[in-house]
Design a protein around this ligand. Structure first.
Ligand code: GFP
Length: 832
């Protein structure tokens, strides 16, 4: 072997500073093709990422080999979204070579921060649902669970948000523009996916009725694999994302006609399938393209799963013992009909046998009760796009309803609620019902949400299948959300209780006793202050606004949505502003209101709320009469990278959704783990956070889910009365409605005022306002006593151990998937 090759071979495995440095130089020259003098920050990022990737590959192959060797049961997490963010720090940190890498870069005269900052943020998701999928990948790999993520390799992730004159403007997020060093293209892993066409009936070899899907358009799904590095680097799992490719035979006809441009157009159209991530948006998602995306990645994933299974098995009977497929929301629910099609049409299984296998293989997670977010595709559309699937859905439905009919004895209303087809108005396929029926387990994402699922959307199904619904309260990975995002606090924690918490977050409870230690409190505050300085600098860079590091950093970061009630926070901001102006001699606790979040492009109300926040910021921040006691900032383009800077710096965490509407929340968990005190309603996982951190260490306010339900049911709520009886609310609303924040367009906020008054205030902002303001006052008073505040902040961090996604994933592994850790054999490799 060439000596030079041999030396590179050793180089690419070494984990010490010298080895890293040498391999950076090698990569820069031989793969990026640059001289050190000419290299840009981006070149260095690619160099470092490729060198780090080298250190992962052997272990990745060992892991995969071990799964095959043990014929382990695997989990397949099917998700239309994976909000993974940047991977460099994540990989370095999980491999345990962060310091070595920093030093190696240092010796090359480079700053780690600059290199890290050159990585684009992989924004392949909208919010909580996609980020949860990313946390689960980290937790599965960190615990040695054989888990695969399957999704779409969107060319454009969630749009980049900018503010122009205070309005949100969307720009394409071109994260792949300069290539992606983490992924491996797999041009040979290619599956055909069909659309349109028609179904032909025929008699099979034993004379039974059978079906084939013919005259369909074909697109190819090509795999791209990204290694998922578990903590400690022992297990490296795979995230497989599909990219659409036109088939080769696609355009022959057109070429023969000389219609070259038409042929190229067709190719582009078919590759549009993986072009862009849909924003979470009720009207936009009505598009046929979205349905095609869902089917595209689901079909490719199932074909891949069956191919892998068949390498070791000849009959499908064992499939449920070898594969657990988790549906992340209903987006991949068409997979239930697709697996039936693959088993019955392609592999000639009997229907009942195929159905048993399908149900035992799938499980479904529901993430929302909002009716507008429950997918229901028009029957006409499915008939046209996926004709065979529509037949299969009818068949599943007929069999189920027939069986149920016998028991339901004439209760037609109940049968029509259970049906997979919604017959009211345009006929639609209820994907939630399909997912429920085709799964052996169905879960909600917090205790409250799961209860509400049983009582509302899936009430009839729950009666029908009382053992199927279970709860799996969400979690977050402590690796990214504490260790990486908050080095100041995580180092402090490690010096006091060791590093066991990183892989077993329950150990963080050892910090409880430190809450009474005055020295520890001082250090805890110092860490928070460091993070606040970092955020203040970020705010200044992003918005030009200078904020006081010693003010309360009051943070609301999440998608902009009426149910999340950013408006409630804005109204409190205006009320506080008025109070400060009215009482200039009072010594106020300075407050910085920090917002960030994207609005779906066609969600006009949410976009108007963004404009309002920016307008309020303009007035408040330039009013000398509040003496810097109040600042309002709305940070643009909230994404994982921004969250990593904002969350560790927060003092107060806003979790103020209308009770019963937020399924769980995970930002609430990240903030509390980083020592922010929550101000929140008894909604989603806030309920469980209160149980864990203790009612004295959280500010709970507002109506409960039951109260909201009763109030809405009786129709007895009149926002006008509430407003009239609360002068500070009335004044705040009057200012909005008379144009105090929009002198250039005094009617701009008419729709907001209208929604809160004559519109009936569906989200009960006015109803919770007074109570919310009281909770805010209590928080401000407490903040004056820094010792007490810090004590409570420490107790938050110390009591959040249960919210690790390791715990969540273990619960799924034991109670839903029945999968077990595999310990990869690394004997063959030599770099340790
Ligand atoms: C959704 C729900 C959240 C929940 C996440 C993850 O998030 O309450 O925490 O899913 O289960 F709304 P979004 O995608 O809507 O942010």
């Amino acid at each position: 072997m060439d000596a030079r090759y041999k030396s590179r071979d050793i180089e690419r495995r070494s984990l010490d500073v010298d080895g890293l440095k040498r391999s950076f130089l090698e990569w820069l020259v031989y793969s990026v093709g640059k001289d050190a003098r000419a290299a840009t920050r981006r070149d260095w990022f690619h160099t470092v990422a490729l060198a780090v990737r080298d250190r992962v590959v052997d272990r990745w192959m060992d892991t995969t080999r071990s799964y095959y060797h043990e014929d382990a049961k695997r989990v397949y997490y099917l998700s239309l979204e994976f909000l993974i963010g940047r991977l460099l720090t994540n990989s370095l940190s999980n491999l345990g070579i962060m310091d070595e890498c920093r030093q190696a870069l240092d010796r090359l005269g480079l700053s780690m921060e600059d290199v890290v900052d050159a990585e684009p943020d992989a924004a392949l998701g909208n919010g909580g649902l996609g980020r949860l999928a990313a946390c689960f990948l980290d937790s599965m790999a960190s615990q040695g669970l054989p888990g695969y993520g399957y999704g779409i390799r969107y060319e454009f992730g969630l749009f980049e948000q900018r503010f122009e004159n205070g309005w949100q403007v969307e720009y394409p997020e071109q994260w792949l523009q300069f290539g992606n060093p983490w992924e491996f293209a797999r041009p040979e892993v290619l599956y055909p996916v069909q659309f349109y066409g028609r179904v032909e009936e025929f008699r099979d070899s034993v004379g039974e009725r059978a079906y084939r899907w013919v005259d369909a358009d074909r697109v190819l799904a090509m795999a791209y694999d990204t290694p998922v590095v578990g903590y400690g680097g022992d297990t490296i799992n795979t995230l497989r994302l599909w990219s659409a490719r036109a088939t080769r035979d696609f355009n022959f006809g057109h070429f023969n006609d000389g219609a070259y441009m038409k042929a190229v157009e067709q190719k582009i159209l078919s590759e549009n399938l993986s072009r862009v991530l849909y924003p979470n948006d009720a009207t936009e998602t009505g598009k046929e393209l979205r349905l095609k995306q869902e089917y595209f990645f689901t079909s490719a994933s199932l074909q891949d799963i069956l191919r892998r299974y068949l390498q070791h098995h000849t009959s499908f009977d064992n499939l449920p013992n070898k594969a657990a497929i988790q549906l992340n929301d209903t987006h991949p629910a068409i997979g239930i009909a697709e697996l039936m099609r693959l088993l019955v049409d392609q592999h000639a299984l009997r229907w009942d046998n195929a159905w048993e296998i399908t149900r035992a293989t799938f499980a479904y997670t529901n993430h929302t009760l909002l009716p507008e977010a429950l997918e229901a595709w028009p029957v006409r559309m499915i008939e046209r796009v996926l004709p065979r699937h529509m037949q299969i859905i009818y068949e599943i439905n007929a069999k189920f309803l027939n069986r149920t009919k016998a028991k339901a004895a004439g209760d037609n209303a109940r049968l029509s609620r259970l049906s997979l087809i919604d017959e009211r108005g345009e006929r639609r396929v209820r994907m939630g019902n399909l997912a429920f029926l085709g799964s052996h387990k169905v879960n909600g994402v917090s205790a409250l949400h799961t209860d509400l699922m049983k009582q509302t959307v899936f009430n009839d199904f729950h009666e029908e299948f009382p053992d199927r619904i279970n709860n799996k309260t969400n979690g977050i990975t402590p690796r990214r959300w504490l260790k990486q995002a908050n080095p100041a606090l995580s180092e402090l924690i490690t010096t006091r209780i060791g590093q066991g918490w990183i892989s077993d977050l329950s150990q963080i409870s050892a910090l409880r006793e430190k809450a009474d230690d005055v020295v520890f409190r001082e250090e805890f505050r110092r860490a928070k202050r460091k993070n606040k300085k970092r955020l203040a600098a970020y705010i200044a860079r992003q918005t030009g606004e200078e904020v006081l590091v010693d003010s309360i950093f009051d943070v609301q970061v999440k998608r902009m949505h009426e149910y999340k009630r950013q408006l409630l926070n804005v109204l409190h901001t205006i009320a506080l502003y008025n109070e400060m102006r009215d009482n200039p001699t009072v010594s106020w606790v300075p407050v910085t209101k920090i917002f960030a979040g994207k609005a779906a492009p066609s969600y006009h109300m949410a976009k108007l709320i963004i404009k309002l926040i920016n307008d309020v910021a303009k007035v408040v921040n330039h009013d000398p009469s509040v003496h810097d006691n109040l600042k309002v900032v709305l940070l643009p383009n909230y994404n994982v990278t921004a969250a990593e800077i904002i969350i560790p710096a927060a003092d107060l965490s806003e979790q103020i959704s209308t009770a019963g509407m937020e399924a769980s929340g995970t930002g609430n968990m990240k903030l509390a783990l980083n020592g922010a005190l929550t101000i929140g309603t008894l909604d989603g996982a806030n309920v469980e956070i209160r149980e864990h951190v203790g009612p004295d260490n959280i500010f709970i306010f507002g109506m409960t889910a039951d109260e909201v339900n009763d109030l809405r049911a009786t129709g007895g709520f009149n926002p006008r009365e509430v407003i009239a009886s609360n002068p500070s609310l009335k004044r705040a609303l009057d200012m909005i409605s008379t144009g105090a924040f929009s002198p250039d367009d005094r009617n701009r906020y008419h729709p907001i005022v209208q929604a809160l008054t004559d519109g009936g205030d569906h989200f009960l902002v006015t109803a919770d306002f007074a109570d919310y303001c009281q909770a805010q006052d209590a928080a401000m008073q407490l903040y004056r006593d820094q010792e007490e505040w810090t004590r409570k902040a420490i107790l938050n961090t110390a009591n959040m151990g249960w919210f690790s996604s390791d715990r969540t994933v273990n619960e799924y592994a034991e109670e839903v998937w029945d999968v077990h850790p595999v310990h990869p054999n690394h004997e063959g490799e030599g770099y340790r």
